[in-house]
Design a protein around this ligand. Sequence first.
Ligand SMILES: [Cu+2]
Length: 104
Amino acid sequence: MADTMRFTPDSIAVKRGETVRFVVHNVGKVEHEMVIGTTSELKEHAQMMRSMPDTKHAGPNQVTVVPGKQGVLVWQFDGPGTVDFACLVPGHFEAGMVGKVAVK
Ligand SMILES: [Cu+2]
């Protein structure tokens, strides 16, 4: 995750039923996070974050990472289909900090 508001890579492919352990590095100078969900869930969440910017995240589908550190997120992809992920720090999602997981 970088201050260019991008995940690298921003698209990956996994197998249906696969459990993936994401080790997410924040190479930027501001906080970033990775939140897994559907596009509508992520949009709703981004809106909530704008209205309550001090909300701290804790949940199995998200990890918040301070600058220079890394975090771990473990997720099982039931699929098939596409699962989205995004950074929901206010303004980041809107700036295009999103990615996709193709479950095949
Ligand atoms: Cu971010």
